[in-house]
Design a protein around this ligand. Structure first.
Ligand code: PLP
Length: 287
């Protein structure tokens, strides 16, 4: 079965799926996106992801390409047509197709929408989580509006590639004061020697991760102690545990930061437990 994508009103073969050369996403990265996990045939936290999409769109003054209920329908269709049981569904909305010009296009130009879905391997993810990942710090060089989930990800691409070339999986951005902001595509967490979970507040410097929010709910339900405050790289080096969160990784233990081993070098018990419990705290919608 060939893969299917949704592009501006049509379900097309993934291999043939294309946008116009003057799509503003292609030319200006003038668009936003969301990624939801698909778990055991259910869409994870779709309402929260679409709420964030709504916020990203309104911050950039891009209209919804169609009613929210229609977007939900398309997400389900694309997941079904690709027969994805465990994987990710991706939605991208741009300001549309118009002659290249920095100013917003005329009012009658409709936003573009693309939806794709693909399977991922729960087995491979589990093995990765049992091993943990290495992260490498990288100077924060993004624009201040990282709260908007835009498709302008070049700094994230470069930071993650830098990590990869050193044998790591993720980058941790470091701001000018030595504080970790977040990962290239994840939010960053530590567990202190005293067992306190620490993650940066979502008010500045990070994307307000949906997985981060679910984990915060879970942490409170479990009665764990947590603090939403910035932490430095030095503090991370001395932490008992570290981990990252995202819809694409869920709770992923970090066992090394730069050249420092975290804790005993193995995934920590807090991160592992939060990973195991993760889906008990999520909203699951049928495909
Ligand atoms: N931070 C950044 C920069 C991201 O790109 C992402 C996800 O793509 C996240 C955090 C995690 O967000 P979520 O948990 O909503 O996937």
């Amino acid at each position: 079965m060939s893969r299917i994508a949704y592009v501006n009103g049509q379900y097309v073969r993934h291999a043939d799926a294309a946008v116009h050369v003057e799509d503003r996403g292609y030319q200006f990265a003038d668009g936003v996106y969301e990624v939801c996990e698909i778990w055991k045939g259910k869409i994870v936290d779709m309402p929260r992801h679409l709420d964030r999409l709504n916020r990203s769109l309104s911050e950039l003054r891009i209209d919804w390409p169609m009613a929210r209920s229609a977007v939900e329908f398309v997400l389900r269709q694309v997941i079904r047509r690709n027969r994805v049981r465990d994987g990710l569904v991706y939605i991208q909305v741009t300001r549309g197709v118009s002659r290249r010009d920095h100013y917003f296009p005329p009012e009658d130009v409709a936003p573009s929408i693309v939806v794709t879905a693909r399977a991922t391997s729960p087995d491979a993810a589990r093995k990765q989580a049992e091993q943990g990942i290495s992260v490498f710090s990288y100077p924060e060089n993004r624009w201040p509006r990282v709260d908007i989930k835009t498709i302008a990800l070049l700094p994230n691409v470069l930071a993650k590639q830098n990590a990869k070339e050193q044998g790591g999986k993720e980058a941790w951005y470091l701001d000018a004061d030595g504080f970790v902001t977040e990962g290239g595509s994840t939010n960053a967490w530590i567990v202190t020697k005293e067992g306190v979970l620490v993650t940066r507040p979502a008010e500045s410097g990070i994307l307000r991760g949906i997985t981060r929010a679910v984990v915060l709910d879970l942490v409170q339900k479990e009665g764990l102690t947590f603090e939403e405050r910035p932490f430095t790289l030095e503090e991370a080096f001395g932490a008992k545990e570290a981990f990252v969160t995202a819809a694409s990784t869920l709770v992923m233990p970090v066992t090394r930061v730069d050249d420092k081993i975290i804790g005993n070098g193995h995934p920590g018990s807090v991160a592992t437990r939060l990973r195991d419990l993760f889906h008990t705290a999520t909203d699951l919608k049928a495909v």
